[in-house]
Each structure stands twice: as C-alpha cells, then as structure tokens.
Design a protein around this ligand. Structure first.
Ligand code: AMP
Ligand code: MG
Length: 416
C-alpha cells in the first residue's frame, strides 16, 4: 500500500472510524430484562445468566474406541499379553461385573468403563482365540478413554452470561440435560426511512421518486441479529410527521435507526429536530461511503441517523451500528475480527483523508488470496454490495493502490 503521508490527517471536524466506534460503544450499556426460554428458542439469543453444569459431561468414564477394556497392570512390557474375555459392554448397556486380574471385556465406543478396567485396547490390534484376547506390546496405560466431565465438569461454568447461542451452544446446553435458559429480552429496534422522494413498494413510482430499499436492507440486517422490529415505514421530510415518528419510536423502542436526512444539504429541520428532541450529535465521519451520521439519544432510545445512500447505510450499519446493537443485546464483546491481506487485481484511485470501504470479491489462485474491486463503487449502487463478498478497507492515509498491491479486506462471512 502507498506509504502514509506525514501527519496531515483528516480535518479536525472529521471523526475517524475507530474514534467513532469507541465513542458509540462507550456511550451505551446492555439492556435490562430477561426471560426464560426453551433451548430451541435460545438460538440467536444472548445468555443473561451463566449456565452451570448440573452434571458431568460425559457422565461416566467411557470408551473412545471399539476394543477391549483391560487393566494396564496386566499388560506385559514386551511380548503379547493373553487375557480372558468375561463379558461385553455396549453404549447404554454397561457391563455390571468387575474386570479382575487377567481378565478383559469386549467394549464398544461410548460404553461405560467397568470397575477394575482402566485402559482400552483397540480391536484392530488384537487377536481373539477361544475366549481369550491376545494383545501386542506397546499399549499405553489409560489410553482411549473419555473421562467423566472432560467436556463439561459438574459445577463448572459451561457457558458464561453474554454468550450468544449458536448451534453448538444449543447442543451443549442440551448435553447437560438443561431444558430452559435465561436470556436477555429481545432488543426493540424501531426504524424508518425519510425523504419526500422515497416511495414504498407496491405502487408505481411518480416522477422523481425512488423506491425505499433502505428499510429492506435494515430489516434484513436487524432480523439477522434477532432484534424485535418496529417498522415505521417512510416518513416524508415534514416536521410534524417526523416529530411524531421520533416521539412514537422513542417510547416504543430501545433503539431508533433512520436513514436519510442527515447530510448537510438536507432540509435542516431534520437535524434541528433530532437535536431539539434529544441529545444528538451530527458526525462528519472520515469514511466513504457514509460521511454524515447522527448518533445520540431521544428519550431513553439510542438513535442512529444513518445516511440515505443505500450502500452508505450498509457500510455504516456494519462498521458502527452492529457492534453497538450486540452490546445493547448483552453480548460480551469479542475481539474485533482480524482484517486480512489480499493482493488487489486492479488499481484503485483514492485521496488521503477518509477510510474507504470498497466492495470486492475474493478469489484464490496459486495459493494467494486476491481481491477484485466491484466495477461500480457508487454509494447508491446496491448491486456492488450484493455481488461482493468482502469490504476492501483502505485507511485514511492511503493515496491509491496499484495492481498487485496488498490491501486489507474484511470478509462479509461472519459480518453480514
Ligand atoms: P439523503 O441522505 O436523504 O440526502 O439521501 C441521499 C440519497 O439516498 C438520495 O439520492 C436519496 O434519494 C437516497 N435515499 C435516501 N433514502 C433512501 C431509501 N430509503 N431508499 C433508497 N434510496 C434512498
Ligand atoms: Mg433525504
């Protein structure tokens, strides 16, 4: 990447991406409110209490292999050992006797280790003659056992509060025999689009109108996070309508997300109104797309006033809003996802001053990761988001990229 220019950074009025991110996170705290839900309903939800193991998993020592359960003390250091097979243990059907000196039992994967035995010899290395099993040297004492509690120990914290439940967590909770868990209530998010030119789908466009797409991208992103959604439709650039919408939203929701109406050229009353109704700051971010953004509170609700351009909505949502929503949902923050490097297949023109999030597609060739920027990078061109699988992140100081130069990429996988 082109070397950073000396500290001629962005003008003071422009807030850096990292500064904005940490200012937002510092200004918010997780919601209060819990509910008990059945395991299946915990998918995507955030644990509000630690899950403490009420039992060991596995519940008993058991065999990791099909083979023979033996006493390590019986095994000869060199030469074969011959033991008498006195029974069989199946998973779910234990051998109830004791394995005595000179004895072994046939054992299946998952079967409980019977009293007396302490080592499993895999079937493949043994020979059976009459009721005797012949075991070659070279076995290790205690091999091929799964220990009681080796996955989850009785009384231990199996999952800590703040963990969002995915498929593995559901299985883990079920493996403890737990039927219900305590999760944070869903985060209530009200959202609406603003603009006189914005038309809802379902009717023909009048001249100069644009179909509302932001409400659908936001719906998708918010639904994906498991929020409770309050879709407030399209609100015209009309002071009374906007005031009523902000008022309703701030009573009903924990978070309000709007799009449009925050850029400088806007009908100024939207900014004035947000300011008057709450504590809202208007940020000029050193980011492209998505320079203007409002952040603050109206009543008890946290407000994100996103820009209107469809790509800018998604960029600002993923770079600023998503982590904030996760924090509000009670999720314990994870370390920020690592960006990785890829070799850029095309030159990119850029001026220093703003961090740019271009849309790109990753590929792999000759063991190298390459990234191709989407052809059309306009902030209104949603197709670039739809066809991309990553952001190409060019830092503020970058002044352009040449073909083959290494750039940072943020894959959509896990992000969107
Ligand atoms: P604004 O930030 O309100 O000045 O809007 C910037 C650009 O985004 C304008 O071209 C708007 O028409 C467009 N835009 C704003 N809101 C939406 C929306 N909900 N759906 C599609 N385009 C929009
Ligand atoms: Mg507008």
């Amino acid at each position: 990447m082109t070397q950073p220019k000396p500290p001629e950074t962005s003008p003071k009025t422009f807030l850096g991406v990292e500064q904005a991110r940490s200012a937002i996170l510092a200004a918010i705290a997780p919601i209060v409110g819990w509910e008990r839900v059945a395991v299946r309903s915990a998918l995507g939800r955030v644990l509000a209490q630690d899950v403490i193991a009420p039992c060991n998993v596995p519940a008993h020592d058991n065999s990791a292999m099909d083979g023979y359960a033996v006493r390590a003390a019986d095994l000869a250091a060199s030469g074969d050992t011959t033991l008498t097979v006195v029974g069989t243990a199946f998973a779910g059907r234990p051998f109830s006797g004791i394995v005595g000196a000179g004895q072994a039992i046939r054992i299946m994967t998952g079967a409980a280790i019977p009293e007396g035995a302490d080592t499993i010899v895999v079937q493949e290395v043994t020979r059976v003659e009459n009721k005797q099993v012949i075991i070659p040297p070279g076995q290790r004492a205690l091999q091929n056992l799964r220990r009681a509690g080796e996955d989850l120990a009785l009384g231990g914290t199996a999952l800590a509060a703040g963990r969002r439940c995915g498929p593995a967590e559901l299985g883990l909770i079920a493996s403890l025999g737990i039927a219900e868990v305590t999760v944070y209530r869903r985060l209530r998010v009200a959202f609406f689009s603003t603009g006189d030119e914005i038309a809802s789908i379902g009717r023909p466009l009048a001249p100069g109108e644009v179909y509302d797409s932001n409400r659908y991208t936001l719906f998708g992103a918010l639904q994906h996070l498991g929020c409770e959604l309050i879709d407030m439709g399209v609100i015209a650039d009309d002071p009374a309508a906007l005031e009523a919408a902000f008022d309703d939203a701030s009573r009903a929701a924990d978070v309000i997300i709007t799009s449009g109406g925050v850029s400088v050229g806007e009908a100024d009353f939207i900014r004035e109104m947000m300011r008057r109704m709450g504590e809202v700051a208007f940020w000029k971010l050193a980011i492209k797309p998505g320079r203007p953004m409002a952040f603050g509170r109206i009543g008890k609700a946290v407000l994100f006033g996103l820009p209107g351009n469809p790509v800018a909505v998604l960029v600002t949502f993923y770079q600023f809003v998503q982590d904030a929503l996760l924090k509000l949902m009670g999720v314990t923050p994870l370390p920020p996802a690592e960006l990785f490097e890829a070799s850029c297949t095309e030159p990119i023109r850029k001026q220093a001053g703003r961090c740019e999030y271009l849309r790109g597609r990753l590929s792999r060739e000759d063991g190298q990761v390459h990234v191709s920027p989407a052809a059309a990078q306009g902030s209104g061109i949603l197709r670039s988001m739809s066809e991309a699988d990553c952001f190409i992140v060019l830092p503020e100081e970058c002044t352009g990229v040449q073909t083959g130069e290494r750039v940072l990429v943020q894959p959509f996988h896990g992000l969107v």
